[in-house]
Design a protein around this ligand. Structure first.
Ligand SMILES: [Zn+2]
Length: 116
C-alpha cells in the first residue's frame, strides 16, 4: 500500500490554509470557518470551529495534562466544504486563471480573485 499512499500525497486539494470555507454536508452544514491545516495525503482539512468534538481527557500530571472535557476540532473531508468567496460571500467553486503570468484562483460566480 506504500505506493498507493505516495500517489495520494501528491493530490491537490481545492482549499488552502487560510481559506474561508463553508460546510456543505454533514452535521456542520452551513457553518463557516477558516482552514487551519490541510492534509493532502488523507484529503482532509481542519476548519476552525467545524466538526468540534468533546474529548474526555484523562489527567496526566506527569505530562502536565489537565483532565476534563476538551473541545477539539477534528479534520473533515475536503469534499464536504466549498470555498466561501470573500467578495460575494457565497459558497463557490474556484476557477484557475493565469493573470500577469501568475496562476490565481478566481470565484466562479463573481470573477473576483480569491488569492491575494
Ligand atoms: Zn465571488
Amino acid at each position: 500500500m506504500a505506493e498507493n499512499n505516495k500517489s495520494l500525497a501528491n493530490k491537490k486539494l481545492h482549499t488552502k490554509v487560510g481559506d474561508r470555507v463553508i460546510v456543505i454536508s454533514g452535521k456542520d452544514k452551513g457553518k463557516q470557518g477558516n482552514v487551519k491545516s490541510v492534509d493532502t495525503a488523507k484529503g482532509t482539512i481542519l476548519v476552525d470551529g467545524v466538526n468540534v468534538v468533546t474529548k474526555a481527557q484523562k489527567a496526566n500530571p506527569m505530562a502536565g495534562v489537565q483532565g476534563g472535557l476538551n473541545k477539539v476540532a477534528k479534520p473533515i473531508n475536503a469534499s464536504k466544504v466549498m470555498i466561501c468567496c470573500p467578495s460575494c460571500e457565497k459558497a463557490t467553486r474556484v476557477k484557475k486563471v493565469v493573470k500577469d503570468g501568475k496562476k490565481v484562483r478566481v470565484c466562479a460566480k463573481c470573477g473576483e480573485v480569491i488569492d491575494v
